[in-house]
Ligand binder design. Structure first.
Ligand code: GLU
Length: 422
């Protein structure tokens, strides 16, 4: 497989997250000292991970785990493997997890982890050793009641199985609730693999309903074809949308009549990329982003829509499958243009919501049918969408600022209730 192309992530993603926080907080009239309490991550851990590569050499990788908040419950959030992972990015992603869990009303705080590595150049053995060493190095701060990791970019149920096993070996008992996003056979939840994509589909559908735009037949462009992008495309296709364009790190494909997504998924399974898919023509990444379509789903990494390319966006709705795909400057441009944006902390919250269901099921030792998981997920996302919309209309702010306002208020309320231990 070809090497991952590193994305062009400017220095501070955390700065972007802070800007969103400040704008929302200013509408809530919060005391400056309370802002300081809510803003900063409570704990950041950096670990060095020496791994013996298949060629016999030792390579030292750097891993991170940041807990932004535990005020509403155990910290929660994924672990990503990517060459560009750094502390600033993980801090931003951890903060977004706090606000995400609060927006959908699940009893968790926020965390994130990651390892700076290129998993596409590593063997399964190397990935297993890296994952196990990382888990053992962050062991003291994770656990079912402390901080519960999950999959994110370039990690998957197998990664979670290794994490759960490593944690369990050290604790001399099987602790399934220590991580979520596991394979179903070892305490995973039905519906978890599709959950983030399903949440994106539900949120996009609610946005279309709000904008009086028929969802069936709506034209959709999806940027990114990992777990989130592919599942969102599959479920939106199934719901009757016309997925006209899809991209991954290697390129983008287009079909005016709509791509047949099950074929594309099979093609990617075989070829490792979407480039060359015979039922489509090749286009560029920029062409995909500026496509004349109803719904654009950025579902890869941060800062894909920036000040320079935002003016060329023609979609009516943007459903943020990724975390932080739009910079604050681009956000302003798009809001002015009247694009309806369903923000990440609402739009992609389906994953962590079903992670919550998984954690609940593990702790009960009783597992639900997929129908029940999907039904509960639907209820949570639709309710959160309506809560955010109501806030946006009441305060005449964007959906993003409304989502942040709702989340900050919820976290602030429990912080006051719990008081300060000093
Ligand atoms: N990585 C996902 C996210 O960014 C899921 C996190 C989780 O399930 O804890 O929301």
């Amino acid at each position: 497989m070809a090497k991952l192309k590193s994305n062009d992530i400017p220095l501070s993603v955390f700065e972007n997250a802070m800007q969103q926080f400040d704008e929302a907080a200013s509408k809530l009239n919060i005391d400056a000292d309370m802002l300081e309490v809510l803003k900063h991550p409570r704990k950041s851990l950096i670990v060095k991970l020496p791994i013996r590569r298949d060629n016999g050499k030792i390579e030292v990788f750097t891993g991170y785990r940041v807990q932004h908040s535990i005020n509403r419950g155990p910290a929660k959030g994924g672990v990503r493997y990517h060459p560009k992972v750094n502390l600033d990015e993980v801090m931003a992603l951890a903060a977004w997890m706090t606000w995400k869990c609060a927006v959908v009303g699940i009893p968790f705080g926020g965390a994130k982890g990651g390892i700076a590595c290129d998993p596409t150049t590593m063997s399964q053995r190397e990935l297993e050793y890296l994952t196990r060493r990382y888990t053992s190095e962050i062991m003291d701060i994770i656990g079912p009641e402390r901080d519960v990791p999950a999959p994110d970019v370039n990690t998957n149920p197998q990664t979670m199985a290794w994490m759960m096993d490593t944690f369990s070996m050290h604790h001399r008992q099987t602790v399934t609730a220590a991580v979520t996003g596991k394979p179903i056979e070892i305490g995973g939840s039905r519906g978890r693999v599709e959950a983030t994509g399903r949440g994106v589909m539900i949120a996009a559908r609610e946005a279309a309903r709000h904008k009086d735009l028929p969802f069936e037949g709506a034209t959709v462009a999806v940027q990114g074809f990992g777990n989130v992008g592919s599942m969102a495309a599959k479920l939106m296709h199934r719901a009757g949308c016309k997925i006209v364009a899809v991209s991954d790190v290697f390129g983008a494909v287009y079909n005016e009549q709509g791509l047949y997504i099950p074929h594309l998924i099979d093609y990617v399974k075989e070829n490792g990329k979407i480039v060359g898919f015979p039922e489509a023509e090749a286009i560029s990444h920029e062409e995909l982003l500026s496509m004349d379509c109803d719904i654009l789903v950025p579902a890869a990494l941060e800062n894909v829509i920036r000040e320079d390319n935002a003016p060329s966006i023609r979609a009516k709705i943007i459903a943020e499958g990724a975390n932080g795909p739009i910079t604050p400057d681009a956000d302003k441009i798009l809001n002015k243009k009247g694009v309806f944006i369903v923000p990440d902390i609402l739009c992609n919250a389906g994953g962590v919501t079903v992670s919550y269901f998984e954690w609940v099921q593990d702790r009960m030792g009783y597992f639900w049918e997929e129908e029940e998981v999907n039904h509960r997920l639907e209820t949570v996302i639709v309710r959160a969408f309506n809560d955010v919309l109501k806030m946006a209309e009441e305060h005449t702010v964007s959906m993003r600022i409304a989502a942040f306002m709702l989340a900050i208020k919820r976290v602030m309320d429990v912080t006051m209730m719990r008081g300060f231990y000093s």
